[in-house]
Design a binder for this molecule. Structure first.
Ligand code: GTP
Ligand code: MG
Length: 374
């Protein structure tokens, strides 16, 4: 049995927002916590126009948080934002007295820790280590600055503290460079493979989309592979390529499944995953898989579109694949017309991997697209 972590979620919300709405906003963070095998014991939500500069929540709320940490044996505090490293440090300092092992994370820390648990290949592991080092670096220098300036103050000079921080930074940079060089070698192998396929005129399709949309389910269905599918976030971290035979075109193409996207991914994290995402960046066609039963569908489409733009994908065509239509509840006609208005130029397809609905039509659409882009 995996250890279950006792977690408190901390959020600051607009004073005008209703409590129910605030809780809804925390839903994705709660799914992330569950994926990490955590139990969200309590939520500490504060209404204020903007987060406190030093501790995210105000000092009264910090007291409340400290009592919860003590009373409920909390191990991890997760702040629902990406915050300045000093904020996490200040909060940790206030909670240390209660639990010397307390960890205070932001959203990115939580995501990185999930990645860490799910990573299987050397490539994924290296990418996570680099992302983690980049994310943690400033926090450690921050800690160093506080620590060393106190120390230096005590012995009457600033020089020692600064030199030590410089040394630490240099060591950190060297470590990151070593990992980058290792990753570069793996990326080069990918690139060579891709180029070989191009030379042999083998076209490539790549499945992308928000996490938990059903990408791996679709990939398994099309390739008859058995990659892990789970109702959790970031189940897939690596890129896997399979083959798809297209009967009308009488040819085989490659199809790849990869890591899902989520909101608030810092660019540095996306950049570290470029090696895994290489198949998607260079694919001829992208299948953007979307969970049509998700109330936040439009927002999530927007987030994926933005990340694809950041990645500078070269695909000649993007097909929007609306999955899970079996689970859609509501006015279907209205939804269809909204989709065709908003996303009509992406040849929307409607499928359910679970019931097999629309899969043949999707394959025909893929054939048409490939025929045009060949
Ligand atoms: N109702 C319904 N559920 C589906 C359908 N397709 C996939 N799912 C479920 O959606 C969940 C996520 O599926 P995955 O295929 O793992 O999703 P993913 O996009 O690969 O997720 P990550 O790799 O974690 O980003 C699983 O519980 C699937 O069983 C569908 O057509 N209908
Ligand atoms: Mg997956």
């Amino acid at each position: 049995m995996q250890k279950v972590h006792r977690i408190v979620l901390v959020d600051v919300i607009d004073p005008h927002l209703h409590k129910d709405e605030a809780i809804k906003n925390l839903e994705e963070l709660k799914s992330l916590v569950a994926t990490y095998h955590g139990i969200d014991i309590v939520d500490v939500i504060q209404h204020r126009t903007r987060p406190d500069k030093a501790t995210f929540i105000g000092s009264g709320k910090v007291e409340e948080l400290a009592e919860i940490v003590a009373g409920k044996k909390i191990e991890i505090v997760v702040v629902n934002a990406i915050v300045n490293p000093s904020v996490l440090f200040n909060l940790t300092e206030k909670l240390w007295i209660i639990n010397p092992d307390i960890q205070v994370w932001d959203r990115v820390d939580l995501i990185l820790n999930i990645f860490d648990k799910h990573a299987q290949t050397l490539e994924a592991k290296l990418q996570i280590e680099i992302a983690r080092m980049q994310h943690m670096g400033p926090r450690i220098y921050g800690l160093g600055t506080t620590y060393f300036s106190r120390q230096a103050g005590g012995i009457g000079g600033r020089g020692i503290g600064e030199t030590n921080i410089e040394l630490m930074k240099r060591h950190w940079r060297d470590q990151i460079k070593k990992k980058r060089d290792q990753l570069e070698k793996i990326s080069m192998q990918h690139m060579t493979q891709l180029e070989r396929r191009k030379e042999n005129n083998i076209q490539g399709i790549s499945i992308v989309g928000y996490t938990n949309a059903g990408k791996t389910s679709l990939f398994n269905h099309l390739t008859k592979k058995k990659k892990i599918v789970e109702n959790a976030l970031f189940v897939t971290l690596d890129s896997v390529t399979g083959k798809l035979y297209l009967p009308t075109l009488k040819k085989e193409v490659t199809i790849s499944d990869t890591i899902g996207f989520i909101k608030d991914l810092p660019s540095s994290l996306i950049n570290s995953f470029k090696s895994t995402l290489m198949e998607s960046i260079h694919a001829d066609i992208l299948l953007h898989v979307i969970d049509i039963s998700d109330p936040k569908m439009d927002e999530k489409i927007g987030i994926v579109e933005k990340i694809l733009e950041e990645l500078k994908v070269k695909a000649k065509r993007i097909i929007y694949v609306f999955n899970k239509i079996d689970a859609f509840k509501g006015d279907g006609k209205k939804k269809l017309s909204e989709i065709s208005n908003k996303y009509g130029h992406y040849d929307p397809q409607f499928i359910s991997v679970t019931t097999d609905y629309g899969i043949n039509k999707l394959k025909e659409e893929i054939e048409k697209s490939l025929d045009r882009t060949a």
